[in-house]
Design a protein. Structure first.
Length: 362
């Protein structure tokens, strides 16, 4: 799936899921270019696709807006919107079940709709070109950089990237729809990143986990931190407008675990139900004044010139069933070089001393 198609699908999900309402202005070309690390022309191509689908309209001097009347009329659009709500609940149930220690088999019936959504919306093409390496997983600035320079890392190959969240990436890997998954799921009980979830989602398989880096994650706020936020408890009961990450993302897993540990009630956080698909989207909303705070990478805060309150240092792994496959093995070797560490360090918010280390599960 080309990048403009991924952008179009992300906006389409927001529209059909009700996060973008009829008549509401869609994010600007400038903002989306920054969030997706692409040219304005790529975003405009995504807009044209949505216009052809009848989902948005562009008016000179007024920007692009969701159409006032959903295409096809209310009788035909109600079922998809209803299904979107069911899928959302299924995803929540899946994550809660896996965190509680259940196996995939035990929740297979409940998660079928969620898996169908990932197949239809977020997956790379089933018949990818022979020289394509498919990445599915959590949003990361370094992965975005790697994708744009992949022909230098693995000559003759391109990296097809789909940011769906850590859980979506591991499921895609298990189903053969990805060659590499990007994950940072914390098992709070064991204090280990990714291993536990890999065992549950890919049972009985020998899987390589290659550490990309340690990443600093924290609260992204306006420059100077005008609200004086210091931690997660400051988000509750103070009217602070928060923007969350989507269910299934490693950042959301960590946040929900910490809220429970620290005794913070999610319902007391204004905007807890408002979800963003990437760290850059979180930072963009704060930069535009549409939110006061969000949880994101330090590098995303730096891109938008925002303040950052560090909360945790997490491990981000690249997960592969066949680490010796052409293209994948090139990436694994590159991650162990000093050149790779230098590139990732310049993005900000990364610690690269563990970069390229390989461990095995199964």
């Amino acid at each position: 799936m080309d990048l403009y198609q991924q952008i179009a699908e992300s906006l389409r999900r927001d529209i059909l899921g009700g996060r973008l309402k009829p008549g509401q202005r869609v994010p600007t070309v400038r903002r989306l270019s920054a969030e997706w690390h692409c040219t304005p022309g790529t975003v405009q191509k995504a807009f044209r696709e949505l216009q052809l689908s009848g989902l948005i309209e562009s008016l000179r001097g007024r920007g692009s807006h969701v159409v006032q009347a959903p295409p096809g009329g209310q009788p035909e659009t109600t079922p998809p919107l209803r299904r979107a709500g069911l899928v959302h609940r299924a995803e929540s149930f899946l994550l809660e079940s896996l965190t509680a220690g259940h196996s995939i088999d035990e929740v297979e019936t409940a998660v079928r709709l969620a898996m169908d959504r990932w197949r239809a919306v977020s997956s790379p093409e089933k018949s990818a070109p022979a020289q394509t390496v498919r990445f599915v997983g959590s949003h990361d600035l370094a992965v975005a950089w790697i994708a744009s320079h992949f022909d230098e890392i693995a000559p003759g190959f391109r990296l097809d990237v789909s940011f769906t969240g850590s859980l979506g990436g591991l499921i895609a890997l298990a189903e053969g729809r990805a060659d590499i998954a990007g994950s940072h799921l914390l098992d709070e009980e064991g204090g280990v990143y990714n291993d536990t979830f890999v065992r549950r989602i890919l049972p009985g398989r020998r899987v390589a986990l290659v550490t990309l880096a340690r990443r600093r994650v924290g609260l992204v706020v306006a420059p100077g931190n005008p609200l004086g936020l210091m931690g997660l408890p400051d988000l509750a009961g103070r009217g602070v407008r928060f923007v969350n990450r989507q269910r299934g993302s490693g950042t959301r897993v960590w946040l929900d675990q910490q809220l429970q540990t620290q005794g913070v009630v999610a319902d007391d956080i204004v905007g807890y139900e408002r979800e963003a698909l990437t760290h850059s989207e979180v930072a963009g909303l704060v930069a535009e004044g549409e939110a006061d705070a969000g949880l994101a990478l330090e590098g995303s805060a730096a891109v938008f010139g925002l303040g950052f309150i560090p909360l945790t240092l997490e491990i981000y792994d690249l997960v592969a069933v066949d680490s010796e496959a052409a293209g994948v093995s090139d990436l694994v070797r590159w991650l162990g070089t000093s050149a790779a560490r230098q590139v990732v360090a310049t993005l900000g918010g990364y610690e690269t001393d563990v970069m390229g280390r390989v461990r095995w599960v199964g």
